[in-house]
Design a protein around this ligand. Structure first.
Ligand code: 5RP
Length: 218
């Protein structure tokens, strides 16, 4: 099986977590796209969705799936999204696709967060994948200098603007031994909107696509 098949299989497995008559949070990226395509097959069973990016909202609408503004939703039963890395505690690095802030908002607002990924995403220590940090444009250089003080090597994501109109710094060279603490420290830098560590609110379930089927980590 190639990586795409593993992603599709794990997206199919995530459908088991979709409860009839509820609102579903939907993530961004190639794995989340497979989930959207599976969700389309059962779209009449759900009340609607909240999307973590404009791209995902468009894909959902393309399938005729109802997309709601988070502000009009009382409860999201489950949020399903991919990740760039996960450790065994289900702390994640996300934001490779640039949607980290809306992803984190929806993950926080959801009763359950089901992360879906192929097994290449499971690592012992987070940080090999550069950590995305969404930053208010005028604070770019200041935030970059503060990130260097934390031991990272920030790289400006050239030509990229988030759905919120901000820029992204991808921080290389981090060996993240204490994800919860680092998430907090980076969020405390003035000018940072969010960083791609999902550790204060980790996933509740990690579904991993492997050559031998779906592995479930909780
Ligand atoms: C987007 C994300 C994605 O979940 C992450 O980049 C994984 O993407 P893919 O499923 O394409 O490997 O955080 O901001």
């Amino acid at each position: 099986m190639d990586q795409d098949e593993l992603k599709r299989n794990v997206a199919i497995a995530a459908i088991d977590y979709v409860e009839t008559g509820t609102i579903i949070g939907v993530g961004t990226g190639s794995t989340a796209n497979y989930f959207v395509d599976e969700l389309a097959k059962i779209k009449t069973k759900i009340d609607g969705t909240v999307a973590s990016s404009i791209t995902t909202a468009n894909r959902l609408k393309g399938h005729g799936i109802r997309v709601l503004d988070l502000n009009v939703v009382d409860e999201i039963s489950v949020y399903v999204d991919g990740a760039d890395e996960s450790n065994r505690f289900l702390h994640l690095i996300k934001g490779g696709g640039g949607a980290l802030t809306r992803e984190k908002i929806i993950a926080s607002a959801s009763n359950k967060f089901v992360c879906i990924a192929d097994d290449s995403k499971l690592v012992d220590i987070l940080g090999n994948f550069p950590l995305p940090v969404e930053v208010i444009p005028m604070a770019r250089s200041y935030v970059a200098r503060e990130l260097v003080k934390l031991g990272g090597q920030p790289v400006y994501r050239e030509g990229y603007k988030t759905d919120n109109g901000n820029i992204i710094l991808d921080v290389r060279n981090l060996q993240i031994m204490q994800p919860v603490e680092l998430e907090q420290k980076i969020n405390n830098i003035v000018g940072v909107v969010t960083n791609g560590l999902f550790a204060a609110r980790p996933a509740d379930v990690l579904l991993l696509g492997t050559q031998n089927g779906i592995k479930i980590l909780t």
